[in-house]
Design a protein around this ligand. Structure first.
Ligand code: CP
Length: 305
């Protein structure tokens, strides 16, 4: 494994299976540990796009480990609104803190920021590209709820074209010999280049627009929001926005121990009636973000041996 101290977290592709397993083990240790190992350290959260979970769970993680947080949750209140480049923003802020979490609408922005910065940069989501810390908390949730990751049948449903959480997680699961099922309307299918990569790695996958055809096989169903903000054509959004709504009736057609995940926020793709079912783990999933982000901050700041 490459050392984690000083490392950027930009894409899940940058991590081997062994490294992913190691991060999950460290996160597990942080389930109950809140020693102030990051006392004296400062995290900058630079969010050029809206967020609830990613920003606040990073801030919670830093606070719980004794560190401090600065940053902004709205690009309109930063000097980006005056035309400052991302490079210049990062060059300035690296002098104010020890680690940066960046969310940005432009694909590749996190990589650009990491190249500009002399301190670790963590990608909190870049456009429709990658969301690696979400993937780590998704893997953590799967491991915790199912007891394993390897060999599971995992279905993804909803916006697979623009869904960065899907792109990152599908990539990671391909390292664990999972069988993947992609369920979407035709216009929101997985990008062909990502499917090609999965194929080259020997990952078995199935594409369909009908959940009923594959629901009985699934150990995990990962639902996603149809993301209005990513559509160039509002008419196309209106056409597909209610494509799938999952409720308790689905559980009559699945394995008893399936888990239903969602990176959240949801709009109407999961009925609130499902929330009380034991198979619905999406709120636990969001809470797991704190453990995983504690682990990542401690690792890149060199506080885990
Ligand atoms: N899952 C996720 O990234 O949520 P936020 O957009 O609220 O951060």
């Amino acid at each position: 494994m490459k050392p984690f101290k000083g490392r950027d977290i930009i894409s899940i592709r940058d991590f081997s299976r062994e490294e992913l397993i190691y991060i999950l083990k460290v996160a597990q240790k942080f389930e109950k540990q809140n020693k102030p190992v990051l006392k004296g350290k400062i995290l900058s959260t630079l969010f050029f796009e809206p967020s609830t979970r990613t920003r606040l769970s990073f801030e919670s993680a830093m606070n719980r480990l004794g560190g401090k947080v600065i940053g902004f949750a709205d690009a309109a209140v930063s000097s980006a609104a005056k035309g400052e480049s991302l490079h210049d923003t990062i060059k300035v802020i690296e002098g104010y803190c020890d680690v940066i979490v960046l969310r940005h609408p432009v694909e590749g922005a996190a990589r650009v920021a990491a190249e500009s910065a002399g301190i670790p940069v963590i990608n909190g989501g870049d456009g429709a590209n990658q969301h690696p810390t979400q993937t780590l908390l998704d893997l953590y949730t799967i491991k915790k709820e199912k007891g394993k990751i390897t060999g599971l049948n995992v279905g993804f449903i909803g916006d697979l074209k623009y869904g960065r959480t899907v792109h990152s997680l599908a990539d990671a699961l391909s390292k664990f010999n999972c069988n993947l099922f992609f369920i979407s309307p035709d216009s929101l299918k997985m990008p062909s280049d990502l499917l090609e990569e999965l194929g080259e790695r020997g990952t078995k996958y199935t594409e369909t627009d009908d959940l009923n055809k594959v629901s009985r096989y699934l150990d995990v169903l990962y639902a996603t929001r149809i993301q209005k903000e990513r559509f160039a054509d509002p008419i196309e959004y209106e056409r597909v926005k209610h494509s799938y709504v999952i409720g308790p009736s689905l559980l009559r057609k699945t394995k008893k121990d399936i888990i239903i995940m969602h990176p959240l926020p949801r709009v109407n793709e999961i009925s609130p009636n499902l929330d009380k079912c034991r198979q619905a783990v999406y709120f636990k999933q969001a809470h797991n973000g704190v453990m995983v982000r504690k682990a990542l901050l401690a690792l890149v700041l060199g506080k885990v041996k």
